[in-house]
Write a protein that binds this ligand. Structure first.
Ligand code: CTP
Length: 416
């Protein structure tokens, strides 16, 4: 299940860390969405470390993922704990000054609000009216406990124990009102999240032209489908493709290498595996012409200066040492090789595996009509742990199943 845990600006926020623990230990994917005020009590790093997911507060962060709509739409349950008097008022009024406000407006799943505040605030007619309004709209509002509050005072308004909140949340999840969109709960990758990149990047030269490549995206789609079938949650980052993205995956569209780089750094932290099946441009035009490049009157040909793009795979491997939440422990690269007179395809592949520092490299031989756009392929999988290379051939689906088998084995061995 996908749960959004909203946290608003009350001191009881520290107790929500325990609630988050109960949710993640039950195997749920939890996106924590604190308000700005909430970060005064418990910081972003704590939420990211405990959820293993990126944490955002503002509507205008990660705009390319349309986060402000996506989180609410995809959630199976939204819990706001603690919910301050102010947040109840904003929710009742339908205001969306931040990411959490947007989530609450877009969610169609059950919503559980857990108020915590001083007794005067809880009993204030404005709060009472807001709670009545919210309940009449179908939101579940847990009555606070009666007991010791933050200062010397005590009375109704105390934040309930995490176990009580979680019991109520589970009741809502089990109520049948929750759409089940998650991956199968069995399979070698169940409970795992895998990021797959696919398709080709396009590097703009001017508003109408770009440098691109022949990648169809078929192999990446097949890998994503095999990972979904193995029970994984899949985030699919799509460059230019001639096929549809896989049903059941969270899909993000990108165009250039830089956009792909940013999307990977946004999506990969906290996940289990990254499969870089995208055909990434190694070079891009050094300058972008704002206006369409015209034919010169003197008949001279334009000269296009190229520069290197970032090496995404190598950058993710490098970031592993410092990233929190951590980068995936299994990173799979693809090596499209042609070989030459002196060096075989596999020798180039072995050198690339060592250079990139990933756990596994899927090597295939490419030519003008070979691999790109075709439905069948032959690959050799090379491993950084020194195991013998493994070959696989057939349809891209069959090859994808073999890749996901090896990836699952690598993850399982790491957990031993
Ligand atoms: N890759 C990447 N960023 C780049 C280029 C490639 O992340 N700028 C990834 C690809 O997605 C693939 C792997 O690196 O998984 C190897 O891609 P390939 O183009 O074969 O290797 P290069 O590093 O570009 O090496 P070369 O072209 O020199 O063989």
């Amino acid at each position: 299940m996908r749960i959004v845990l909203g946290v608003t600006g009350g001191i009881a926020g520290y107790k929500s860390a325990l609630l988050l623990r109960l949710m993640t230990e039950a195997g749920h994917q939890v996106d924590v969405v604190p308000t700005r005020a909430a970060l005064n009590f418990v910081g972003q790093a704590t939420w990211e470390a405990l959820s293993g997911r990126p944490v955002r507060t503002e509507t205008f962060e990660a705009v390319e993922t349309v986060n402000h709509v996506r989180l609410g739409r995809e959630a199976d349950l939204v819990v706001v704990a603690p919910a301050t008097a102010d947040s109840l008022a904003r929710t009742a009024a339908g205001l969306a000054p931040d990411l959490l406000g947007n989530v609450l407006l877009t969610a169609t799943c059950p919503i559980l609000l857990v108020p915590a505040m001083h007794t005067e605030m809880w009993l204030n007619p404005a709060t009472v009216a807001n709670v009545t309004t919210l309940r009449s709209r179908g939101l579940t509002i847990l009555d606070p406990d009666d007991g010791r509050l933050t200062g010397q005072d005590s009375g109704p308004g105390r934040f309930p124990e995490a176990e009580r909140i979680w019991a109520e949340a589970q009741r809502l999840i089990g109520s049948g009102a929750v759409p089940s969109t998650g991956p199968p709960s069995t399979g070698p990758l169940s409970g795992r999240t895998v990021v797959v990149t696919a398709g080709g990047t396009r590097e703009a030269l001017d508003p109408v032209r770009y440098l691109g490549n022949r990648s169809s995206g078929k192999q990446g789609v097949a890998v994503a489908e095999a990972a979904l079938a193995a029970g994984a949650t899949v985030r699919f980052i799509a460059g230019a493709m001639s096929v549809d993205p896989p049903a059941g995956a969270e899909v993000l569209r990108v165009e250039s290498t830089q956009e792909l780089h940013d999307a990977v750094f946004d999506c990969a932290p906290g996940t289990d595996a990254l499969v870089m099946a995208a055909a990434v441009a190694d070079f891009r035009p050094a300058t972008y012409a704002e206006a369409k490049i015209k034919k010169a009157a003197d008949g001279s040909n334009p000269v296009i200066q190229l520069e290197r793009t970032p090496d995404i795979l190598a950058d993710v491997v490098k970031a592993r040492a410092v990233s929190a939440p951590p980068m995936p422990s299994v990173i799979v690269g693809f090596g499209a090789e042609t070989g030459d007179e002196q060096t075989s395809v596999l020798e180039f592949g072995a050198a690339k595996l060592a250079r990139k520092g990933c756990e596994m490299l899927v090597v295939n031989q490419v030519g003008r009509h070979r691999v790109f756009g075709q439905d069948t392929t032959d690959v050799t999988m090379l491993f950084a742990d020194g195991r013998e290379p493994v070959g696989a051939g057939g349809t891209k689906t069959e090859v994808a199943v073999a890749i996901v088998d090896e990836l699952s084995g690598l993850l399982a061995r790491m957990g031993e």
